[in-house]
Design a protein around this ligand. Structure first.
Ligand code: ADP
Ligand code: ZN
Length: 682
């Protein structure tokens, strides 16, 4: 087994790499310059943390957010890794401690905020402490065209050249331009080894629903998930406040977050969210970059996001721990109008606006999809996939109908009124409602008046919304949102193409009480709650977020597999050696319902490793021979540390055995042959 693989389980407690991690870890460990693009939650941190442990010297980690650095450092220390952070948020005592560990050569990972790079003396200091590699998190911050641009990131390229060490850059943003900029600025144009990770996040359930009393829809969704941490994204600040208040009125722990709040208030929300179990945050998109909570169980959009990329990034905040997570995105004609208007009225050059409409169209296509949503989402990012079985359309395929005729009727109504009206008025025309407005304009005399009587109003609304979703018609901001036909509609109008639409969406929205996916089956649920309560107590004592102790996924596995010994506990994903030592017994006690058999601390350190089993057998052999083969001789025994040495070093001969600390010739004579036999067995 490679060193990396064994550290993966002994330090981080994971039995396998996630897709893509192993290749990246190998390249980074070898000291190659690398650029890895992995989706949020894909497990980027491990790709520099693990190589840092395999390599000599200190790995310098540059990351844009202080809160995230502190969380990572805390997580590493919990796992028994020497890590420290130098940021403006350090107290003097903390800073001294970091420097002391650095000078003593203990530190493996040093986290640093980019603005520190410019400070006098930093480069000299980094040289002196023996930085042997640079890892750059959120590398897209170096791109001036992105919205996360951090001028301080520009200093990283020079730092790499000055220190002359390999650099590993990580980001979740994949587009070509950003990638090129990273190569220019961090690697002086010399292409690094590129890793393009897959975009799938199979544990996230995808669902969309047309708006139908959206506030109520969100409240119903949240009530079904009471006690789980979630985010509700809203398109306006006022709405974040309104929905948070409504959630509180229904007994949820909820608070709002948006860009117009004080920095202090925002930080307080971030802190509460990361530490409390089951808090709901209603937020504008401003909430996100600083959120590294792995156990967000659901994300809901009260309004349609602005593009397919934003959608992907926002839902991606759910379920980073790999345990099941759910999402729901609401959308309606007003959203489409709002997003189109924002693009049209923005300051971007024309070709950029065209691209933005395209990204919105991709999202609308996903919203109105007729088949597996994940397949469609991944196809947008260039990946082929089979139907996923984990989206609302796989759960329940939509009912569809040939909508060519009603769509032609609608297009005709639009053209005959010179593209000057919105959906409400157009629906009155096709349904034959002689309202004042219809009569005043003489629209009751149009040949299209009343041609669509056979469809109900909700059905017509669904048709118009889907026509907008398929980009057959677009609201024109210069005509107060009047619908105008696009080129895409021409073939349908001319009778050269047909179109299939969904029939059931409106009805489904009314009746569907979204099914909640439980994290474990009914039988294991009480145990999972008990494990969570224990975790909360331990986390509160540490004044740290719950996941620093164990993630949801780890607790789920404990609840399902119910380990009864420390060895079995060590086999649970996320239980590394240090955590086993710190928390293993406490959680075992919850599972078995009693205090575990006392285990010698020396033995506990070896739990889960093959050396542990060997130790047990050596111990047994020794007990059998404590008074010699015939049970009459002088009692004799070896210390646990002697047995540990033997179990780990596996001497092959009696001579080598005698070199074990605490061994002696008489002990070798008494136990030696039996011990060698144990070792020979494996
Ligand atoms: P990101 O790519 O968004 O930075 P993180 O590095 O925060 O993702 O990892 C997300 C979650 O996945 C963390 O909770 C981490 O512990 C977990 N994780 C990472 N690698 C593995 C693995 N090989 N097996 C299981 N869980 C993993
Ligand atoms: Zn699917």
């Amino acid at each position: 087994m490679s060193e990396a693989k064994s550290l993966l389980s002994s330090v981080f407690g994971f039995s396998d790499f996630r897709p893509g991690q192993e290749e990246i870890v190998e390249a980074v460990t070898r000291g190659e310059n690398t650029l890895a693009i992995m989706p949020t939650g894909g497990g980027k941190s491990l790709c520099f943390q693990l190589p840092a442990l395999c390599r000599e010297g200190v790995t310098l980690v540059i990351s844009p957010l202080i809160a995230l650095m502190r969380d990572q450092v805390r997580g590493l220390r919990e796992a028994g890794v020497e890590a420290g952070a130098l940021t403006s948020a350090n107290t003097e005592a903390e800073r001294d401690e970091v420097f002391e560990a650095l000078e003593a050569g203990r530190t493996k990972l040093l986290y640093m905020a980019p603005e520190r790079l410019a400070a006098g003396g930093t480069i000299g200091m980094l040289r002196r402490i023996g930085v042997s590699m640079i890892a750059v998190d959120e590398a897209h911050c170096v791109s001036q065209w992105g919205h996360d641009f951090r001028p301080d990131y520009l200093a990283i390229g020079r730092l790499r050249e000055t220190l002359d060490v390999p650099l590993a850059a990580f980001t979740a943003t994949a587009d070509e331009e950003t990638r090129e900029e990273i190569v220019q600025r961090l690697f002086a144009g010399q292409a690094p080894r590129l890793f393009l990770g897959g975009f799938d996040r199979p544990n996230i359930h995808l669902a969309f629903a047309p708006k139908n009393g959206p506030r109520k829809q969100i409240l119903t969704y949240a009530s079904a998930r009471k006690g789980q941490s979630g985010i509700v994204y809203c398109s306006s600040r006022a709405k974040t406040e309104d929905i948070a208040a409504a959630l509180r009125a229904e007994g949820h722990a909820a608070c709002h977050y948006h860009g117009a709040m004080d920095a202090d208030d925002r930080r307080e929300v971030e802190r509460r969210f990361s530490q409390e179990d089951g808090l709901i945050v209603t937020a504008t998109v401003a909430f996100g970059m600083g959120v590294d909570k792995p156990d967000i169980r659901w994300v809901a959009h009260a309004d349609l996001p602005k593009s397919i990329e934003s959608y992907y990034q926002e839902i991606g905040r759910a379920g980073r721990d790999g345990a099941p997570a759910e999402t729901l995105t609401l959308y309606g004609p007003d959203d489409i109008r709002l997003r189109r208007t924002q693009i049209d009225e923005g300051l971007a050059p024309a070709e950029r606006k065209g691209a933005d409409h395209g990204r919105l169209n991709a999202l609308l296509g996903l919203a109105e999809a007729l088949g597996c949503r994940r397949q469609k989402l991944l196809a947008y990012f260039g990946e082929d996939a089979a139907p996923c079985g984990n989206c609302d359309l796989c759960d329940r395929p939509p009912e569809t109908f040939d909508a060519t005729t009603p769509v032609r009727m609608a297009l005709s109504a639009i053209l005959r009124t010179d593209e000057w009206f919105g959906a409400g008025h157009l629906i009155d025309i096709v349904m034959g409602n002689a309202t004042d407005k219809v009569r005043a304009r003489g629209h009751d005399g149009l040949p299209t008046f009343g041609v669509g009587k056979e469809y109900t109003k909700p059905q017509w609304q669904a048709v118009f919304r889907q026509m907008m979703g398929h980009d057959l018609v677009r609201p024109d901001p210069e005509r107060h949102g009047a619908l105008r036909m696009t080129e895409n509609a021409r073939p349908i109008l001319r009778g050269e193409a047909g179109i299939t639409l969904r029939r059931d969406v409106i009805r489904a929205a009314q009746s569907a009480r979204p099914a909640v996916r439980a994290m474990v089956n009914e039988e294991d649920a009480p145990l999972l709650s008990a494990l969570k309560a224990k975790r909360r107590a331990l986390a509160e004592a540490l004044r740290a977020p719950a996941y620093v102790v164990f993630t949801d996924r780890t607790l789920v596995e404990m609840a399902e597999k119910r380990p009864t010994t420390l060895d079995q506990m060590a086999g649970i994903g996320g239980v590394g050696a240090t955590k086993l030592e710190r928390y293993g017994a406490a959680f075992l006690e919850i599972i078995t319902g009693g205090a575990p058999d006392p285990v010698h601390p020396m033995r506990r350190k070896m739990a889960g490793r093959s050396a542990g089993a060997v130790f047990d057998r050596l111990h047994e052999a020794q007990t059998d021979l404590a008074r010699g083969t015939d049970g009459t001789e002088k009692p004799m025994s070896c210390t646990n540390s002697t047995l540990k040495w033997i179990a780990e070093r596996r001497p092959a001969t009696l001579d080598e055995l005698e070199r074990a600390p605490g061994m002696s010739a008489p002990k070798v004579e008494r136990f030696g042959p039996a011990f060698l036999e144990v070792l020979a067995e494996g």
